[in-house]
Design a protein around this ligand. Structure first.
Ligand SMILES: Cc1cc2nc3c(=O)[nH]c(=O)nc-3n(C[C@H](O)[C@H](O)[C@H](O)COP(=O)(O)OP(=O)(O)OC[C@H]3O[C@@H](n4cnc5c(N)ncnc54)[C@H](O)[C@@H]3O)c2cc1C
Length: 446
Protein backbone atom coordinates (compact mmCIF):
# COMPACT_ATOMS: atom_id res chain seq x y z
CA UNK A 1 0.00 0.00 0.00
CA UNK A 2 1.37 3.48 -0.86
CA UNK A 3 1.39 6.33 1.65
CA UNK A 4 -1.49 8.79 1.22
CA UNK A 5 -0.71 12.20 -0.30
CA UNK A 6 1.07 14.43 2.24
CA UNK A 7 -1.31 16.64 4.20
CA UNK A 8 -0.64 20.16 5.49
CA UNK A 9 0.34 20.12 9.15
CA UNK A 10 -0.95 22.65 11.66
CA UNK A 11 1.00 23.83 14.69
CA UNK A 12 -1.62 22.15 16.87
CA UNK A 13 -1.08 18.82 15.06
CA UNK A 14 2.69 19.11 15.31
CA UNK A 15 2.46 19.90 19.02
CA UNK A 16 0.17 16.89 19.54
CA UNK A 17 2.46 14.49 17.66
CA UNK A 18 2.84 14.89 13.93
CA UNK A 19 1.30 12.79 11.19
CA UNK A 20 3.98 10.78 9.43
CA UNK A 21 3.12 11.96 5.96
CA UNK A 22 2.86 15.70 6.48
CA UNK A 23 3.93 18.03 3.68
CA UNK A 24 6.68 19.87 5.53
CA UNK A 25 9.97 20.73 3.84
CA UNK A 26 13.08 19.73 5.77
CA UNK A 27 15.15 22.35 3.96
CA UNK A 28 15.75 25.71 5.65
CA UNK A 29 13.06 28.25 4.83
CA UNK A 30 15.89 30.68 4.02
CA UNK A 31 17.01 28.55 1.07
CA UNK A 32 13.78 29.44 -0.80
CA UNK A 33 15.08 32.98 -1.37
CA UNK A 34 18.74 31.98 -1.55
CA UNK A 35 19.03 28.44 -2.94
CA UNK A 36 22.34 26.75 -2.23
CA UNK A 37 24.60 26.89 -5.24
CA UNK A 38 26.65 23.85 -6.28
CA UNK A 39 30.09 24.62 -7.66
CA UNK A 40 30.25 22.02 -10.46
CA UNK A 41 33.46 21.76 -12.41
CA UNK A 42 35.21 24.12 -10.01
CA UNK A 43 38.72 22.77 -9.75
CA UNK A 44 41.12 23.41 -6.97
CA UNK A 45 44.23 25.35 -8.00
CA UNK A 46 47.58 23.68 -7.27
CA UNK A 47 48.58 26.38 -4.78
CA UNK A 48 47.22 29.39 -2.94
CA UNK A 49 48.28 31.84 -0.25
CA UNK A 50 45.54 30.80 2.18
CA UNK A 51 43.33 27.70 2.29
CA UNK A 52 40.19 28.18 4.38
CA UNK A 53 38.34 25.11 5.65
CA UNK A 54 34.64 25.95 6.01
CA UNK A 55 32.52 28.26 3.87
CA UNK A 56 30.31 29.84 6.54
CA UNK A 57 30.44 33.44 7.75
CA UNK A 58 33.84 32.89 9.42
CA UNK A 59 35.47 31.47 6.31
CA UNK A 60 33.94 33.96 3.88
CA UNK A 61 34.54 36.99 6.08
CA UNK A 62 38.18 35.93 6.51
CA UNK A 63 38.43 35.40 2.74
CA UNK A 64 37.09 38.88 2.06
CA UNK A 65 39.65 40.54 4.35
CA UNK A 66 42.53 38.41 3.03
CA UNK A 67 41.61 39.25 -0.57
CA UNK A 68 41.47 42.93 0.30
CA UNK A 69 44.99 42.50 1.70
CA UNK A 70 46.17 41.07 -1.61
CA UNK A 71 46.23 37.36 -0.72
CA UNK A 72 44.98 34.52 -2.95
CA UNK A 73 42.32 32.51 -1.17
CA UNK A 74 40.66 29.13 -1.68
CA UNK A 75 37.62 28.37 0.50
CA UNK A 76 36.83 24.66 0.81
CA UNK A 77 33.66 23.04 2.07
CA UNK A 78 32.65 19.45 2.59
CA UNK A 79 29.10 20.20 1.40
CA UNK A 80 27.65 22.87 -0.86
CA UNK A 81 29.03 26.30 0.04
CA UNK A 82 27.08 27.48 3.07
CA UNK A 83 26.09 23.96 4.03
CA UNK A 84 26.58 24.74 7.73
CA UNK A 85 24.92 26.95 10.33
CA UNK A 86 25.45 30.17 8.39
CA UNK A 87 22.47 29.52 6.09
CA UNK A 88 20.35 27.75 8.71
CA UNK A 89 20.34 30.10 11.69
CA UNK A 90 17.60 32.33 13.09
CA UNK A 91 19.09 35.52 11.67
CA UNK A 92 19.01 37.20 15.09
CA UNK A 93 22.04 39.41 15.55
CA UNK A 94 23.32 40.04 19.03
CA UNK A 95 26.60 41.01 20.60
CA UNK A 96 26.98 37.79 22.59
CA UNK A 97 26.96 39.94 25.72
CA UNK A 98 23.93 38.13 27.14
CA UNK A 99 25.68 34.76 27.19
CA UNK A 100 26.71 35.38 30.81
CA UNK A 101 25.31 37.64 33.48
CA UNK A 102 27.82 40.51 33.64
CA UNK A 103 28.59 39.66 37.28
CA UNK A 104 29.69 36.17 36.29
CA UNK A 105 31.92 37.46 33.51
CA UNK A 106 33.50 39.91 35.97
CA UNK A 107 33.98 37.13 38.55
CA UNK A 108 35.69 34.96 35.93
CA UNK A 109 37.89 37.54 34.22
CA UNK A 110 37.96 40.68 36.40
CA UNK A 111 36.15 43.94 35.64
CA UNK A 112 38.73 45.35 33.20
CA UNK A 113 38.82 42.26 30.98
CA UNK A 114 35.04 41.81 31.23
CA UNK A 115 34.56 45.40 30.07
CA UNK A 116 36.89 44.81 27.10
CA UNK A 117 35.06 41.63 26.10
CA UNK A 118 31.64 43.27 26.42
CA UNK A 119 32.70 46.37 24.46
CA UNK A 120 34.06 44.15 21.75
CA UNK A 121 30.68 42.39 21.62
CA UNK A 122 29.15 45.76 20.76
CA UNK A 123 31.92 46.31 18.18
CA UNK A 124 30.94 43.02 16.52
CA UNK A 125 27.39 44.27 16.06
CA UNK A 126 28.73 47.49 14.56
CA UNK A 127 31.16 45.60 12.33
CA UNK A 128 28.49 43.45 10.66
CA UNK A 129 26.30 46.54 10.10
CA UNK A 130 29.26 48.34 8.55
CA UNK A 131 30.23 45.37 6.35
CA UNK A 132 26.70 44.91 5.00
CA UNK A 133 26.48 48.60 4.16
CA UNK A 134 29.99 48.87 2.70
CA UNK A 135 29.52 45.80 0.49
CA UNK A 136 25.94 46.71 -0.31
CA UNK A 137 24.64 43.24 0.63
CA UNK A 138 20.89 42.99 0.21
CA UNK A 139 19.93 40.76 3.15
CA UNK A 140 17.16 42.64 5.00
CA UNK A 141 19.53 43.83 7.74
CA UNK A 142 17.58 45.82 10.33
CA UNK A 143 18.46 47.27 13.73
CA UNK A 144 15.13 45.99 15.02
CA UNK A 145 16.11 45.46 18.67
CA UNK A 146 15.68 42.37 20.84
CA UNK A 147 12.94 41.68 23.39
CA UNK A 148 13.77 38.99 25.94
CA UNK A 149 10.78 37.81 27.92
CA UNK A 150 11.09 36.88 31.61
CA UNK A 151 9.71 33.41 32.36
CA UNK A 152 9.40 34.23 36.08
CA UNK A 153 9.10 37.44 38.11
CA UNK A 154 12.55 36.81 39.63
CA UNK A 155 14.02 36.49 36.11
CA UNK A 156 12.72 40.01 35.40
CA UNK A 157 14.46 41.37 38.51
CA UNK A 158 17.70 39.55 37.69
CA UNK A 159 17.59 40.84 34.10
CA UNK A 160 17.03 44.40 35.30
CA UNK A 161 20.12 44.15 37.53
CA UNK A 162 22.15 42.62 34.70
CA UNK A 163 21.14 45.40 32.30
CA UNK A 164 22.28 47.96 34.88
CA UNK A 165 25.62 46.14 35.15
CA UNK A 166 25.94 46.09 31.37
CA UNK A 167 25.45 49.84 31.27
CA UNK A 168 27.86 50.47 34.14
CA UNK A 169 30.64 48.14 32.98
CA UNK A 170 30.43 48.53 29.20
CA UNK A 171 28.09 51.45 28.48
CA UNK A 172 25.50 49.26 26.70
CA UNK A 173 22.03 50.85 26.51
CA UNK A 174 18.87 48.87 27.16
CA UNK A 175 15.51 49.29 28.86
CA UNK A 176 13.11 47.14 30.85
CA UNK A 177 9.46 46.64 29.92
CA UNK A 178 7.22 45.77 32.89
CA UNK A 179 4.49 43.20 32.44
CA UNK A 180 1.79 45.87 32.48
CA UNK A 181 3.30 47.43 29.32
CA UNK A 182 4.31 44.20 27.65
CA UNK A 183 1.64 44.35 24.94
CA UNK A 184 3.48 47.30 23.41
CA UNK A 185 6.23 44.79 22.66
CA UNK A 186 4.53 41.45 22.17
CA UNK A 187 0.98 40.08 21.99
CA UNK A 188 1.20 37.57 24.82
CA UNK A 189 0.77 37.40 28.58
CA UNK A 190 3.12 34.51 29.07
CA UNK A 191 6.10 36.65 30.10
CA UNK A 192 6.58 38.59 33.33
CA UNK A 193 7.87 41.61 31.43
CA UNK A 194 11.17 41.72 29.60
CA UNK A 195 14.23 43.65 28.48
CA UNK A 196 14.93 45.40 25.19
CA UNK A 197 18.35 45.79 23.62
CA UNK A 198 17.57 48.33 20.91
CA UNK A 199 20.82 47.87 18.97
CA UNK A 200 20.37 44.15 18.31
CA UNK A 201 19.41 43.37 14.75
CA UNK A 202 18.09 40.84 12.24
CA UNK A 203 18.90 39.71 8.72
CA UNK A 204 18.09 36.99 6.22
CA UNK A 205 20.88 34.52 6.99
CA UNK A 206 21.16 32.82 3.60
CA UNK A 207 20.94 36.08 1.62
CA UNK A 208 23.73 37.47 3.80
CA UNK A 209 25.76 34.34 3.07
CA UNK A 210 25.09 34.58 -0.69
CA UNK A 211 26.09 38.24 -0.60
CA UNK A 212 29.37 37.39 1.13
CA UNK A 213 30.04 34.64 -1.43
CA UNK A 214 29.48 37.09 -4.25
CA UNK A 215 31.88 39.62 -2.71
CA UNK A 216 34.57 36.94 -2.31
CA UNK A 217 34.16 35.76 -5.89
CA UNK A 218 34.13 39.33 -7.24
CA UNK A 219 37.55 39.83 -5.65
CA UNK A 220 38.89 36.65 -7.27
CA UNK A 221 38.48 34.26 -4.33
CA UNK A 222 37.83 30.61 -5.20
CA UNK A 223 35.05 28.77 -3.32
CA UNK A 224 34.82 25.02 -3.85
CA UNK A 225 32.04 22.78 -2.55
CA UNK A 226 32.23 18.99 -2.17
CA UNK A 227 35.83 19.48 -1.17
CA UNK A 228 36.01 18.00 2.32
CA UNK A 229 39.46 18.46 3.81
CA UNK A 230 40.76 15.26 5.37
CA UNK A 231 44.40 16.02 6.08
CA UNK A 232 46.60 19.04 6.69
CA UNK A 233 50.35 18.46 6.85
CA UNK A 234 53.33 20.77 7.22
CA UNK A 235 55.18 21.11 3.92
CA UNK A 236 58.36 22.98 3.03
CA UNK A 237 56.73 26.28 2.18
CA UNK A 238 53.56 26.04 4.24
CA UNK A 239 51.00 23.25 4.23
CA UNK A 240 49.76 20.44 2.06
CA UNK A 241 45.96 20.28 2.24
CA UNK A 242 44.36 17.03 1.05
CA UNK A 243 40.76 17.41 -0.06
CA UNK A 244 38.09 15.27 -1.70
CA UNK A 245 38.65 17.40 -4.82
CA UNK A 246 42.43 17.01 -4.89
CA UNK A 247 45.51 18.35 -3.07
CA UNK A 248 46.35 21.98 -2.50
CA UNK A 249 49.56 23.69 -1.44
CA UNK A 250 48.89 26.67 0.87
CA UNK A 251 51.15 29.08 2.70
CA UNK A 252 48.60 29.38 5.52
CA UNK A 253 45.51 27.48 6.61
CA UNK A 254 42.44 28.65 8.54
CA UNK A 255 40.09 26.16 10.18
CA UNK A 256 36.60 27.73 10.24
CA UNK A 257 34.41 24.70 10.88
CA UNK A 258 32.69 25.66 14.16
CA UNK A 259 29.74 23.30 14.92
CA UNK A 260 30.73 21.05 11.99
CA UNK A 261 34.24 20.48 13.35
CA UNK A 262 35.44 16.93 12.72
CA UNK A 263 38.73 15.26 13.59
CA UNK A 264 40.66 17.19 10.92
CA UNK A 265 42.35 19.16 13.66
CA UNK A 266 42.61 17.23 16.93
CA UNK A 267 43.35 20.47 18.76
CA UNK A 268 40.13 22.15 17.65
CA UNK A 269 38.06 18.98 17.91
CA UNK A 270 38.97 18.55 21.60
CA UNK A 271 37.72 22.07 22.25
CA UNK A 272 34.34 22.01 20.52
CA UNK A 273 31.18 20.13 21.42
CA UNK A 274 28.35 20.10 18.91
CA UNK A 275 24.77 20.95 19.85
CA UNK A 276 21.86 20.72 17.40
CA UNK A 277 19.47 23.63 17.11
CA UNK A 278 16.17 23.41 15.22
CA UNK A 279 13.78 25.85 13.59
CA UNK A 280 10.28 25.78 12.14
CA UNK A 281 8.62 28.28 9.80
CA UNK A 282 4.87 28.75 9.57
CA UNK A 283 2.67 29.40 6.56
CA UNK A 284 1.79 33.07 5.96
CA UNK A 285 -0.11 34.76 8.79
CA UNK A 286 -2.32 37.81 8.23
CA UNK A 287 -0.59 41.21 8.55
CA UNK A 288 -3.11 42.23 11.23
CA UNK A 289 -2.25 39.21 13.37
CA UNK A 290 1.50 39.70 12.90
CA UNK A 291 1.16 43.36 13.88
CA UNK A 292 -0.71 42.37 17.04
CA UNK A 293 1.74 39.62 18.01
CA UNK A 294 4.93 41.54 17.25
CA UNK A 295 4.05 45.24 17.02
CA UNK A 296 7.71 46.32 16.86
CA UNK A 297 8.88 43.38 14.73
CA UNK A 298 11.93 42.77 16.88
CA UNK A 299 13.80 39.53 17.44
CA UNK A 300 12.63 37.68 20.56
CA UNK A 301 13.75 35.13 23.12
CA UNK A 302 13.12 34.09 26.70
CA UNK A 303 15.10 33.65 29.92
CA UNK A 304 15.05 29.86 30.24
CA UNK A 305 18.31 27.92 30.32
CA UNK A 306 17.04 25.89 27.36
CA UNK A 307 15.56 28.91 25.68
CA UNK A 308 13.52 29.48 22.52
CA UNK A 309 13.95 32.31 20.04
CA UNK A 310 11.66 33.65 17.34
CA UNK A 311 10.98 36.46 14.89
CA UNK A 312 8.97 37.35 11.83
CA UNK A 313 10.45 36.46 8.44
CA UNK A 314 11.84 39.58 6.72
CA UNK A 315 8.60 40.28 4.81
CA UNK A 316 6.79 39.94 8.17
CA UNK A 317 4.43 37.36 6.70
CA UNK A 318 5.28 34.35 8.85
CA UNK A 319 6.89 33.22 12.06
CA UNK A 320 10.29 31.57 12.32
CA UNK A 321 10.70 29.79 15.66
CA UNK A 322 13.79 28.05 17.04
CA UNK A 323 15.16 26.18 20.00
CA UNK A 324 17.11 23.02 20.66
CA UNK A 325 16.47 20.26 18.12
CA UNK A 326 14.96 17.14 19.61
CA UNK A 327 16.70 13.77 19.34
CA UNK A 328 13.75 12.01 17.69
CA UNK A 329 13.64 11.29 13.98
CA UNK A 330 11.66 13.34 11.44
CA UNK A 331 9.02 15.81 12.54
CA UNK A 332 8.97 14.54 16.11
CA UNK A 333 12.26 16.39 16.63
CA UNK A 334 10.35 19.68 16.22
CA UNK A 335 7.29 18.88 18.30
CA UNK A 336 8.49 20.85 21.35
CA UNK A 337 9.04 23.94 19.13
CA UNK A 338 5.35 23.93 18.17
CA UNK A 339 4.44 23.47 21.85
CA UNK A 340 6.66 26.41 22.85
CA UNK A 341 5.18 28.57 20.09
CA UNK A 342 1.62 27.79 21.15
CA UNK A 343 2.45 28.52 24.78
CA UNK A 344 3.29 32.08 23.68
CA UNK A 345 0.74 32.52 20.86
CA UNK A 346 -2.08 30.02 21.62
CA UNK A 347 -4.36 31.41 18.89
CA UNK A 348 -2.06 30.16 16.13
CA UNK A 349 -2.99 26.48 16.53
CA UNK A 350 -4.63 26.28 13.10
CA UNK A 351 -1.65 27.84 11.31
CA UNK A 352 0.31 25.43 9.10
CA UNK A 353 3.97 24.58 9.51
CA UNK A 354 5.78 24.66 6.18
CA UNK A 355 9.46 24.11 7.04
CA UNK A 356 11.45 22.33 9.76
CA UNK A 357 15.24 22.14 9.73
CA UNK A 358 18.23 22.04 11.97
CA UNK A 359 21.91 22.83 12.15
CA UNK A 360 24.91 22.44 14.40
CA UNK A 361 26.20 24.89 16.96
CA UNK A 362 29.81 24.80 18.21
CA UNK A 363 30.07 25.07 22.02
CA UNK A 364 33.27 25.69 23.94
CA UNK A 365 34.11 24.68 27.51
CA UNK A 366 34.27 28.28 28.75
CA UNK A 367 31.30 29.36 26.55
CA UNK A 368 33.43 32.01 24.81
CA UNK A 369 34.49 32.07 21.16
CA UNK A 370 38.18 31.67 20.36
CA UNK A 371 40.58 32.57 17.58
CA UNK A 372 44.32 32.16 17.14
CA UNK A 373 47.10 29.96 15.87
CA UNK A 374 47.77 26.38 16.93
CA UNK A 375 51.18 24.94 17.72
CA UNK A 376 51.30 23.38 14.24
CA UNK A 377 50.87 26.84 12.66
CA UNK A 378 47.27 26.36 11.51
CA UNK A 379 44.90 29.23 12.41
CA UNK A 380 41.35 28.83 13.75
CA UNK A 381 38.28 30.90 14.63
CA UNK A 382 35.45 28.91 16.23
CA UNK A 383 33.12 28.44 19.21
CA UNK A 384 30.36 31.03 18.95
CA UNK A 385 28.03 29.05 21.25
CA UNK A 386 24.90 29.85 19.23
CA UNK A 387 25.54 33.58 18.83
CA UNK A 388 27.55 33.54 15.66
CA UNK A 389 26.02 35.82 13.06
CA UNK A 390 27.96 38.86 14.23
CA UNK A 391 30.73 37.01 16.07
CA UNK A 392 31.70 34.65 13.20
CA UNK A 393 31.72 37.54 10.73
CA UNK A 394 33.88 39.64 13.06
CA UNK A 395 36.21 36.80 14.07
CA UNK A 396 36.73 35.89 10.39
CA UNK A 397 37.81 39.47 9.75
CA UNK A 398 40.08 39.61 12.82
CA UNK A 399 41.79 36.28 12.25
CA UNK A 400 42.47 37.29 8.63
CA UNK A 401 44.16 40.47 9.87
CA UNK A 402 46.19 38.42 12.34
CA UNK A 403 47.25 36.06 9.53
CA UNK A 404 48.71 38.95 7.54
CA UNK A 405 50.35 40.46 10.64
CA UNK A 406 48.13 43.53 10.77
CA UNK A 407 48.03 44.96 14.34
CA UNK A 408 44.34 45.82 13.76
CA UNK A 409 43.71 42.09 14.13
CA UNK A 410 44.24 42.30 17.89
CA UNK A 411 41.18 41.50 19.99
CA UNK A 412 40.33 41.25 23.68
CA UNK A 413 39.79 37.53 23.06
CA UNK A 414 43.45 36.91 22.11
CA UNK A 415 44.69 36.52 25.66
CA UNK A 416 42.05 33.95 26.69
CA UNK A 417 43.29 30.39 26.93
CA UNK A 418 41.22 27.98 24.85
CA UNK A 419 40.43 25.12 27.22
CA UNK A 420 39.86 21.59 25.92
CA UNK A 421 36.92 19.60 27.28
CA UNK A 422 38.51 17.33 29.92
CA UNK A 423 36.65 14.29 28.52
CA UNK A 424 35.40 15.49 25.17
CA UNK A 425 33.66 12.25 24.09
CA UNK A 426 31.80 12.10 27.41
CA UNK A 427 30.89 15.81 27.21
CA UNK A 428 29.47 15.27 23.69
CA UNK A 429 27.51 12.20 24.78
CA UNK A 430 26.21 14.05 27.86
CA UNK A 431 24.64 16.95 25.87
CA UNK A 432 21.10 15.44 25.88
CA UNK A 433 21.36 14.62 29.60
CA UNK A 434 22.49 18.15 30.48
CA UNK A 435 19.68 19.56 28.33
CA UNK A 436 17.10 17.36 30.05
CA UNK A 437 18.42 18.49 33.46
CA UNK A 438 18.26 22.16 32.40
CA UNK A 439 14.71 21.69 31.07
CA UNK A 440 13.74 20.15 34.40
CA UNK A 441 15.29 23.11 36.23
CA UNK A 442 13.49 25.55 33.88
CA UNK A 443 10.16 23.90 34.60
CA UNK A 444 10.66 23.71 38.36
CA UNK A 445 12.73 26.88 38.88
CA UNK A 446 15.44 24.90 40.62
C1 LIG B 1 19.72 26.32 13.84
C2 LIG B 1 20.68 27.40 14.24
C3 LIG B 1 20.19 28.64 14.61
C4 LIG B 1 21.07 29.68 14.95
N1 LIG B 1 20.56 30.92 15.20
C5 LIG B 1 21.41 31.94 15.42
C6 LIG B 1 20.91 33.25 15.55
O1 LIG B 1 19.72 33.50 15.44
N2 LIG B 1 21.81 34.24 15.83
C7 LIG B 1 23.14 34.01 15.92
O2 LIG B 1 23.91 34.94 16.16
N3 LIG B 1 23.65 32.77 15.74
C8 LIG B 1 22.82 31.74 15.46
N4 LIG B 1 23.33 30.50 15.24
C9 LIG B 1 24.80 30.32 15.23
C10 LIG B 1 25.44 30.79 13.92
O3 LIG B 1 24.67 30.39 12.83
C11 LIG B 1 26.85 30.20 13.80
O4 LIG B 1 27.58 30.52 14.97
C12 LIG B 1 27.62 30.74 12.61
O5 LIG B 1 26.88 30.59 11.43
C13 LIG B 1 28.93 29.98 12.50
O6 LIG B 1 29.54 30.30 11.27
P1 LIG B 1 30.83 29.51 10.84
O7 LIG B 1 31.24 30.04 9.52
O8 LIG B 1 31.86 29.57 11.90
O9 LIG B 1 30.38 27.98 10.74
P2 LIG B 1 29.35 27.27 9.75
O10 LIG B 1 28.48 28.23 9.04
O11 LIG B 1 28.68 26.20 10.55
O12 LIG B 1 30.29 26.64 8.66
C14 LIG B 1 31.19 25.60 8.94
C15 LIG B 1 31.43 24.85 7.63
O13 LIG B 1 32.57 24.00 7.78
C16 LIG B 1 32.37 22.92 6.89
N5 LIG B 1 33.32 21.85 7.26
C17 LIG B 1 33.43 21.21 8.45
N6 LIG B 1 34.46 20.31 8.40
C18 LIG B 1 34.99 20.41 7.16
C19 LIG B 1 36.07 19.73 6.52
N7 LIG B 1 36.82 18.82 7.13
N8 LIG B 1 36.35 20.06 5.22
C20 LIG B 1 35.62 21.01 4.59
N9 LIG B 1 34.58 21.68 5.16
C21 LIG B 1 34.27 21.38 6.43
C22 LIG B 1 30.92 22.55 7.07
O14 LIG B 1 30.42 21.81 5.98
C23 LIG B 1 30.27 23.94 7.22
O15 LIG B 1 29.71 24.40 6.00
C24 LIG B 1 22.47 29.44 14.94
C25 LIG B 1 22.97 28.19 14.59
C26 LIG B 1 22.09 27.17 14.24
C27 LIG B 1 22.64 25.82 13.85
Amino acid sequence: MTDPTPEPLTLRDLAAGPARNASVSFKPFWWEAAPRRQTPGRTIPARTDVAIVGSGYTGLSAALTLLAKGRDVVVLDRGVPGHGASTRNGGQIGSGNQKFPVKRLVALHGEKKAAELLREGTAMLDYIAHLIQAENIDCHFQRCGRFRGAMRPEHYEAMARDMEDLKRVAGVESFMVPRTEQHNEIGTDVFFGGSVLPKDASLHPALFHSGLMQCVEDLGGVIVGNAGVHHIARARSGFRVDTDAGPLQARDVLVATNGYTDRLSRTVHRRIVTIRSGLIATAPISPETMARLMPKSRVYGNTNRVFYYFRAAPDESRLVWGGRAGKAAGLYAYRHLAKNLLSVFPHLGATDVTHAWDGQIGYTYDELPHLGRMADGVHYAVGYCGTGVSRATYFGHKIALQMVGDPEGRTAFDSLTFPAFPFRAIAQAAVPIVEAWYRFRDSTNL
